[in-house]
Design a protein around this ligand. Structure first.
Ligand code: DGY
Length: 381
């Protein structure tokens, strides 16, 4: 490995922030510069290991912005504390790569970036759903290979999703946004599994069902099921949106794949290890009418052996949040998390983070996941 390359913004800033990847847009840099920060950005695209990050932190660092591809563990938070750091932000809404307890132990607030990637990630799950249902990549490959020799009644038949049953595992922000898109667009009945009841999702589907009835159409329904097994057996499409933790690692394994319909579609835009990927490969090899649309992988960036050869699996490289607006917004939120804490501001007490995305942001850190444990003040009265 050669020397890492760095770009430095505002070299005369009094505080030093280390950022392990280039981020899109300029607003985030304006935020850090206004907070009197010098920002050191690693311009290499390869994933940094812990030793490289610790070396970059060095003996003087006030804050850091890291990536979901890096493991921010006890060792790195100890290095941050020793360098005088007071803030860390993940450039992601998910933070399964961060040992939050270790950060808390070292007194370091951990930020994340919710509120700008909900619809964006839900749209990717919708794209994967229909690409799988209607065999879009297979058709694309056939065309490019010059193998389309004319319209045929039996060519690449897929699944109609209109009025079928949608299964949502994890009815948080992204799961709910995806369900709404599928219900409004395709009039699907929803079943969902979540440890908590989603009043928001149930109220939306119920009132949309009433609207459909007022138009002389059949309503749609929303039912919370008691178990993942029940959901898998009933749904025509299953989309996974849980947080990754020990309870959801390999949530979808060989036994549960065996419960699903032969023609079911499984979509994952959450975290790869939620699916036992080797079991999925084996299932797709023996169930040609079963389809999967995957944005995330168990051993990212690799796929399990056999996956690349499967026509009934659609794969994209973790693009769920990959729109310009969202990735710029994530950069603004990550910078505001670090700058807000370094400036001694309270934590934003509202879910609406749009005020942080342009111009002078509010005097607050938009999203700090260990704020309660660190007893940080909040703007919420
Ligand atoms: C996140 O923010 O957690 C996403 O996975 C990034 O796309």
């Amino acid at each position: 490995m050669g020397e890492l390359r760095w770009r430095v913004i505002n070299p005369s800033g009094n505080k030093r922030v280390v950022v392990t990847k280039e981020l899109p847009g300029d607003h985030w840099l304006e935020v850090l510069t206004s907070a009197d920060c010098r920002t050191d950005i690693c311009t290499d695209t390869r994933i940094l290991d812990a030793a490289e990050i610790a070396a970059a932190v060095g003996d003087r660092c006030d804050g850091a912005i890291g990536q979901l591809t890096e493991t921010w563990d006890e060792q790195l938070f100890a290095a941050l504390e020793a360098a005088g750091a007071k803030a860390y932000s993940n450039y992601a809404v998910g933070y399964n790569n961060v040992d939050v307890s270790a950060a808390t132990k070292h007194g370091i607030p951990v930020g994340n970036t919710p509120g700008v990637l909900t619809e964006t990630t839900a749209e990717m799950a919708v794209a994967l759903t229909f690409a799988a249902a209607r065999r879009v990549p297979e058709g694309d490959r056939l065309m490019r290979a010059g193998r389309f020799s004319g319209w045929l009644p039996t060519l690449l038949l897929g699944e109609l999703l209109w009025r079928r049953t949608l299964g949502i595992v994890g009815a948080g922000r992204i799961g709910t946004a995806y369900a709404r898109m599928m219900v409004e667009g395709h009039k699907m009945d929803v079943i969902y599994y979540d440890v908590r009841r989603s009043d928001e999702l149930e109220a939306f589907v119920t009132s949309y069902g009433r609207f459909l009835q007022s138009q002389g159409e059949a309503p749609v329904s929303c039912t919370r099921v008691e178990s993942v097994d029940e959901l898998l057996a009933e749904a025509d499409v299953v989309s996974l949106h849980p947080v990754l933790d020990q309870s959801t690692r390999h949530l979808i394994d060989a036994r549960r794949l065996g419960l699903m319909k032969e023609t079911a579609i499984l979509v994952n835009a959450s975290r790869g290890p939620v699916i036992d990927e080797a079991a999925l490969v084996a299932h797709c090899q023996t169930h040609p009418d079963f389809r999967a649309g995957l944005d995330v992988f168990e051993d990212e960036p690799s796929m399990k052996p056999g996956m690349a050869e499967l026509d009934n699996v659609i794969v994209v490289p973790h693009l769920g949040s990959a729109t310009s607006w969202t990735r710029r917004g994530m950069a603004s939120l990550a910078a505001c998390n670090v700058a807000g804490i370094l400036m001694g501001y309270p934590v934003w007490g509202d879910d609406d983070v749009r005020h942080f995305l342009e111009g002078a942001p509010p005097k607050a850190a938009p999203s700090i996941v260990n704020a309660a444990d660190l007893r940080l003040p909040s703007t919420r009265a």
